[in-house]
Design a protein around this ligand. Structure first.
Ligand SMILES: [Zn+2]
Length: 239
């Protein structure tokens, strides 16, 4: 996990603030977040100061879109303004080298069903992606409040699409009944029980570890002799 700063414009202040706090991740806004129109958009000189101040530094930055964005709004005017304000943010983000623009998809409020809202949001999202400039990514921020959309993965993708997404098998199978082969095929993890006992085989060398929770920590041993337990380590990948 990386901890960052949330800094409102002027953008010119950001490089020094990051330096003072010793962080390389930040969030900002590229407009007055309470409005749709282009109010409070950083001036060209301010944008240039950010670019100049971060030159040669590896910094990850994200802009938060307008809080009024609602791609699912029953009102066409709001859906269209949502798209145009995000496009404008993406353009500035591309210019100043931000890595992403994040936003909240919208609300099911005003629709007979969440599905009706998702249909509208999906259409607008497609339009947004089709028109966005190269460079910054568009991040859908997960949400939690009331009828807000974007709370679950299946709101975003169909079951078939979820099945096709690349994901970590280990995070699903880890410490469950069953076996897991690491993607490099160099180690095989076999769960022994639900209590976290597992056997880890290195398939090329036959080396093994047996691990279990001892005194609150995941401890492993690699031999029956001496019964020496040590801290858990993933077998290092071989070339
Ligand atoms: Zn947010």
């Amino acid at each position: 996990m990386r901890v960052g700063l949330s800094v409102d414009p002027p953008l010119a202040a950001i490089p020094a603030l990051l330096g003072e706090e010793g962080v390389d991740v930040y969030q900002t806004v590229l407009r007055d977040p309470g409005r749709f129109g282009n109010y409070g958009v950083p001036e060209p000189t301010d944008r240039a100061a950010l670019v100049e101040g971060l030159r040669g530094r590896t910094v990850w930055g994200v802009a938060h879109g307008s809080l009024l964005v609602n791609l699912a709004s029953p009102e066409g005017r709001i859906r269209n303004s949502s798209v145009s304000s995000l496009l404008a943010d993406l353009k500035v983000a591309a210019e100043v080298g931000l890595d992403a623009v994040c936003f909240h998809v919208g609300y099911a409020k005003g629709h007979p069903s969440a599905d009706a809202a998702l249909t509208l949001a999906t259409r607008k999202l497609g339009e947004l992606i089709g028109r966005m400039p190269a460079g910054p990514r568009l991040l859908i921020e997960n949400s939690c409040e009331g009828s807000e959309l974007g709370q679950t993965i299946d709101e975003l993708f169909s079951a078939a699409e979820i099945d096709q997404l690349p994901r970590s098998v280990s995070s699903i199978w880890w410490r469950k009944q069953g076996a897991y082969v690491r993607p490099d095929q160099q180690s095989l993890y076999v769960s022994v029980d639900d209590g976290g006992r597992e056997l880890i085989f290195e398939t090329e060398t036959g080396a093994y570890q047996f691990c279990e929770t001892r005194d609150g920590a995941h401890r492993c041993r690699s031999s029956n002799d001496h019964r020496q337990w040590r801290g858990y380590v993933d077998p290092p990948p071989r070339r």
